[in-house]
Design a protein around this ligand. Structure first.
Ligand code: FES
Ligand SMILES: [Fe+2]
Length: 428
């Protein structure tokens, strides 16, 4: 349970809030690279942590992420013309470059130098691993480019998608940390989804609904170990990596691709759920990619032309009570991603954590909240830069392993939790 103040601190990410400042010390996913495919393509609206921005790729291919609104009289630059190395407001023709610097005010004499005094806020946007990453913090504390393994493998080894979720990022992310729900919410889907089924580990998941959780601090966040019986006195461990500020890596299953999520605040009542699949040692197969595009696994089907899922709160996520009763789905909702989103959005735009009752399987969530609050406080009070920014913190993997009893999982699985390029993941 949290106090109201703690809940506010953790869930508010606008400019100037403690959590907002913390998140503004990381590269965060802003767009899929395909959303800005070529020079002078249409600009795209981007809202991140309550800031309304516009992203564009100029004539030279440079990326810009600037204030959405024209400095003259506030027109949205989404209506602008992307031409000749800048974005031009359609109202009176003021033009901005990728840094937000105004480079032309047609009504004023060039000699006046007026436009040089006008600058919109501008942030860096870089491309890596099929994703455009934004840095919204002070330039002097910009971290090295992201080194998460999925972003460093070949394009053919990876598939990335994103969807809008109608709730605060934290309750969504807490779903990514809490793997105890898998034995319930995803119970029947595990055996039917092409990107999950068939793994030996699935049986241990289904057979033991009382996992023991052990949570250990890592350099960049937490290792969340869920221990289930695996027969012969051994244990099946699923080890999730949580990295600050909002990255969860799900433990793999069999030879399936590995997946994970970023939970990026759009504002305090909605977030982008980013979902990736990759295999560190092989290309994804055609049928895997086809299944991902079809919304299987951790991905979704979209309302055409949007990133809004076909199943959403306006249609009760296409709840199927018969499928629920007949045991084809546990909750009546189809698919992992919307099973998660439906329960998370059902908590309301911002979960009231003053009324929750946590149990031992929520230890990962408790520690993640604690670590976020601690990092935000250290930044606010001492200017201390938070964990999870360094490449070494990011070159890690989740794992699923069978271990003998009486061995601490973090030590026994140590090698499996490092991202060693080209090697297969430790997976059961
Ligand atoms: S409002 Fe943009 S140029 Fe006038
Ligand atoms: Fe889930």
């Amino acid at each position: 349970m949290l106090t109201r103040e703690q809940n506010d601190t953790l869930t508010q990410t606008g400019p100037g809030t403690p959590m907002g400042e913390l998140f503004r010390r990381y590269w965060i996913p802003a767009l899929l690279a395909v959303e800005l495919p070529e020079p002078d393509c249409p600009p795209v609206r981007v809202k991140l942590m309550s800031e309304r921005l516009i992203a564009f790729r100029d004539t030279q291919g440079r990326l810009g992420l600037i204030d959405e609104f024209c400095a003259h009289r506030g027109v949205s630059l989404w209506f602008g013309r992307n031409e000749d190395s800048g974005l031009r407001c359609p109202y009176h023709g003021w033009k901005y470059d990728v840094t937000g610097q105004c480079v032309e005010v047609p009504s004023e004499p060039v000699e006046s130098g007026f436009c040089s005094k006008i600058k919109l806020k501008g942030y860096k946007l870089i491309e890596r691993g099929g994703v455009l990453w934004a840095y919204l913090g002070p330039p002097e504390t910009e971290p090295p480019p992201p080194e998460y393994e999925f972003a460093t493998v070949r394009d053919s080894q990876r598939y990335v998608s994103k969807r809008i979720q109608d709730c605060n990022y934290l309750q969504a992310m807490e779903g990514g940390i809490d793997s105890s729900h898998v034995s319930f919410l995803h119970r029947y889907t595990m055996s039917s989804d092409p990107l999950f089924k068939g793994a030996a580990g699935n049986q241990y998941n289904l057979a033991d609904a009382q996992p023991r959780f052990e949570v250990v601090q890592s350099d960049g966040g937490l290792l969340i170990g869920a221990r289930r019986n695996a027969g012969d006195g051994n244990y099946y461990w699923r080890v999730t990596q949580w990295l600050l500020p909002f990255f969860t890596m799900i433990p793999p299953r069999g030879n399936h691709s590995v997946h994970g999520h970023f939970w990026v605040p759009i504002d305090d009542e909605s977030c982008w759920t980013w979902s990736y699949d990759y295999h560190p040692a092989r290309d994804l197969t055609q049928s895997e990619v086809a299944a991902m595009k079809d919304g299987q696994g951790v991905h979704v089907r979209y309302i055409p032309g949007t990133f809004r899922p076909v199943q959403n709160k306006d249609n009760d996520y296409l709840m199927d009570r018969r499928a629920q009763k007949e045991g084809r789905t546990f909750s009546g909702i189809e698919g992992f991603a919307m099973q998660d989103a439906s329960v998370q959005e059902s908590m309301g735009p911002i979960q009231d954590r003053t009324r929750e009752n946590l149990v031992s399987t929520d230890n990962g969530i408790i520690m993640a909240r604690h670590r976020l609050m601690k990092a935000a406080k250290a930044l606010e009070e001492k200017g201390a830069l938070p964990p999870g920014r360094e490449p070494a913190h990011q070159r890690v993997r989740s794992a699923s392993v069978i271990l003998p009893p009486n061995r601490p999982f973090a030590e026994a699985a140590q090698e499996s939790l490092r991202a060693i390029p080209g090697t297969a993941p430790a997976s059961v």
